[in-house]
Design a protein around this ligand. Structure first.
Ligand code: THU
Length: 131
């Protein structure tokens, strides 16, 4: 899908801004909401390692800070260091907070083919206050 390709390209572009002097592992995320708005984020590390924050959570924070109220449609993740860079557990929970049953995660495989999965597939039975 052309739209998925564009979103992955945005993730790729923002991964270049990653601040990852410690792990040297750069990540970019581009999130499209159901209303068509798109937000991006990269990972930002810190000398106090545990304070580092992932690309996906920065993209979500960017959306919330911008006043976004729609649900997450697609999350594209790109790392120049590793194809198929799956979102970490903390980021899955963050995405779940603003997701719908249709929320998808997309990545590129080694042959530049797009892999698409639902959040539900990779993060079933997520914690939510509604139960
Ligand atoms: N990282 C992300 O940005 N997203 C993920 O889903 C996994 C890990 C970052 C955190 C850290 O800066 C670097 O990748 C290595 O773990």
């Amino acid at each position: 899908m052309e739209q998925d390709k564009d979103l992955l390209n945005k993730a790729k572009i923002v991964s270049e801004n990653a601040y990852a002097p410690y792990s040297k592992f750069k990540v970019g995320a581009a999130i499209e909401y159901e209303n068509g708005n798109i937000y991006t984020g990269c990972n930002v590390e810190n000398a106090s390692y545990g304070l580092s924050i992932c690309a996906e959570r920065n993209a979500v924070s960017n959306a919330v800070s911008s006043g976004e109220k729609s649900k997450i449609k697609t999350v594209a993740i790109y790392s120049p260091n590793q194809k198929k860079c799956m979102p970490c557990g903390a980021c899955r929970q963050w995405i779940a907070e603003f997701s719908s049953d249709n929320t998808r995660i997309i990545l590129e495989d080694d042959d530049n083919k797009i892999i698409s999965m639902t959040l539900e597939e990779i993060f079933p039975n997520a914690f939510s206050i509604e139960g």
